[in-house]
Design a binder for this molecule. Structure first.
Ligand code: A2P
Length: 261
């Protein structure tokens, strides 16, 4: 029997699940008709556990116009939620919050020309939404998405997503030449290796992409990864003259922790 939920929560039906590696999976749930969000926002999501909703924050990975909601998650063996969530099947119900929120939104940045989206691990999820939002390309001439993971297989989700955009009915014609995807690994041999922080501070990143170094006047950025990655990347952006903003005071960059439990 399902739990009676407070007004702030509702049930959503699982449509599909994709297991990317033995510790990464994504899933798609039906979108409640009243559910609205801005690309880049997160929502509380979970399962009934011991008679109560057990919820964690998850970035919506799908675009705002989609009729379903995608989420990308790690699996932690003894994680209170993901140890259970990883076993969901099509037709199951999950619990979904009704009020998405977050700082990785276009409105929290001052207008600019280039938008850098720096991610590690599941931190790519909010950017999976933003790179499929036509408004991103209306506001920025160039969008540069970076994704760094320990191993090559962890890059699959982002790689497939970026490849799929060529056939995207809304963006297929906009994206060529506008979206740059940069991936690197840190623990497995790959064509591009190194933490994004190291690649930025040595200048290797800019040289490999053959682009200009950061320029606070027209560069904007969003960062999503572990706390340490956010801190270190923020310091590099600040050294380059960019300042952190928020919904209430748009500036040159915004940050958010990649949620995982
Ligand atoms: P590394 O393998 O050198 O730790 P995690 O799975 O631990 O969240 O890491 C995801 C990716 O983020 C890994 O490639 C990891 O590199 C990288 N990373 C971890 N900490 C930092 C940091 N402080 N700055 C930049 N990248 C980081």
């Amino acid at each position: 029997m399902s739990l009676t939920l407070p007004d702030s929560l509702s049930y959503a039906e699982v449509e599909s699940i994709n297991h990317w590696t033995d510790h990464l999976f994504s899933f798609r749930v039906g979108r409640p008709s009243t559910f609205r969000f801005r690309s880049g926002e997160f929502v509380m999501l979970g399962l009934p556990v011991a008679g109560k909703p057990l919820l964690r924050a998850y970035s919506v990975a799908s675009p705002f116009w989609d009729d379903a909601l995608d989420f990308y998650s790690i699996k932690i063996m003894d994680g209170p939620l993901t140890s259970r969530l990883q076993h969901i099947q099509p037709g199951d119900k999950i619990i979904l919050g009704k009020k998405p929120t977050g700082t990785l939104v276009l409105d929290a940045l001052k207008p600019g020309k280039r938008l850098f989206l720096f991610s590690t691990g599941t931190g790519i999820a909010p950017f999976a939404s933003l790179i499929r939002d036509p408004e991103t390309y209306e506001k920025y001439e160039q969008v540069i998405l970076t994704h760094t993971c320990r191993n090559i297989s962890e890059l699959d989700y982002g790689q497939q997503l970026v490849t799929s955009l060529d056939d995207d009915p809304l963006l297929g014609e906009t994206i060529p030449g506008r979206l740059t995807y940069f991936s690197s690994t840190t623990r497995e041999q790959y064509s591009q290796m190194g933490r994004i922080t190291n690649l930025l501070s040595t200048g290797d990143f800019f040289r490999r992409l053959e682009i200009e170094e950061l320029e606070p006047e027209y560069d904007r950025a969003m960062i999503c990864g572990s706390l340490a990655m956010i801190k270190d990347t923020s310091e590099i952006l600040e050294t380059a003259g960019l300042q952190e903003g928020a919904n209430s005071s748009p500036r040159e960059f915004v940050i958010e922790k990649a949620f995982a439990q």
